[in-house]
Ligand binder design. Structure first.
Ligand SMILES: [Fe+2]
Ligand SMILES: [Fe+2]
Length: 319
């Protein structure tokens, strides 16, 4: 019989199943009502999936999969908006894709931050890469890209070397015309679809719409934001921009990645944009420099977004 660690805002216990020790799960509530789940006893370097009970589906669904370090803490930032939540944890497959799980109409979308503006998503057997730059080794544990979204050609968003290492002949790339025109982009033109502001394309069952996203450092036509619809979920990536009218008009976003730093938005501007747009989940990203340390205060961002609108702010390791 398969058994799990069950938690309802209580401390879990260690159980075993099929001769395998499953991670024990403890929980404590922060003053802001977020829940800190502590998973212990999972073998180091094994993959663990923390799961939550999904009432509408009447089953447990994955919340996050991570590599065990022996003791792992995960903060459930959705907890303040719920009256109760059931959790359990179990060992995942050794080759499981790690990251945050979003339930879609066709399996889970898994989101794994990599660095600065770079992240990967896995869905329905497909890998989607966003602005992959920095060392190829950062992507070594993930399958090659089926789809790459490029916001623009600046060095912290586009690297021909990195792009070569994560793509193959069947990869599809979506990029602005200005990126396509770069001499260093020439090797990728044959596998690229150019999207102008307002235009869309459907690739591998994934719909991508380019949205006008400019600021003083990113003039007209340089940078694309994208609304990507995956299994019914709408995900917005901003690239580098300010709060354009076209962004502010977007509604019904499930997940939004919002940029901030001296080349994009100051923290209060980004927080104000989020409060206006009200995505269900927001990831602050691009709050430092390429492959370098963060320089902007995401804790301040989170405080400014606040929790009165029900927006879940997910702080992840981007640097
Ligand atoms: Fe830029
Ligand atoms: Fe940037």
């Amino acid at each position: 019989m398969r058994r799990y660690v069950w938690v309802l805002l209580l401390v879990g216990t260690v159980l075993s199943a099929h001769g395998q020790i499953l991670p024990s799960t403890g929980i404590r509530m922060l003053t802001n009502k977020e829940a800190v789940l502590t998973i212990t006893n999972a073998p180091t370097t094994s993959n663990v999936t923390l799961r939550i009970y999904h009432p509408a589906l009447d089953q447990f669904v994955p919340l996050v999969t991570f590599r065990s370090t022996g003791v792992n803490n995960h903060i459930d930032t959705a907890a303040p908006y719920l009256t109760s939540r059931f959790y359990n944890a179990r060992i995942a497959a050794p080759n499981a894709i790690t990251g945050d799980h979003i339930t879609t109409t066709n399996g889970d979308l898994i989101i794994q931050p990599i660095n600065h503006a770079s992240f990967v998503m896995s869905w329905n057997g497909k890998m989607i890469y966003n602005d992959p730059v920095c060392a190829a080794s950062l992507y070594a544990t993930f399958p090659k890209a089926d789809l790459v979204l490029l916001s623009h050609h600046h060095g912290d968003h586009f690297s021909a070397t990195t792009l070569s290492s994560v793509t193959n002949a069947t990869t599809r790339i979506i990029a602005p015309q200005a990126t396509y025109n770069q001499a260093s982009f020439a090797p990728f033109r044959g596998i690229t679809t150019v999207l102008a502001y307002g235009a869309s394309a459907t690739v591998l069952g994934i719909s991508v719409q380019a949205v006008r996203a400019t600021n003083g450092n990113h003039m007209e036509g340089i940078n694309n934001a994208y609304v990507t619809t995956i299994g019914g979920k709408r995900i917005l990536t901003t690239g580098d921009c300010g709060p354009t009218a076209e962004l502010r008009a977007l509604q019904d976003l499930d997940v939004m990645f919002v940029c901030m730093n001296s080349f994009t938005m100051e923290v209060p501007v980004a927080a104000s944009l989020i409060r206006e747009m009200r995505p269900k989940v927001v990831y602050p990203y691009h709050y430092g420099s390429q492959c370098a340390s963060p320089s902007y205060d995401v804790q301040l961002f989170k405080r400014l977004v606040a929790n009165d609108l029900g927006i879940e702010v997910r702080l992840r390791k981007w640097y």
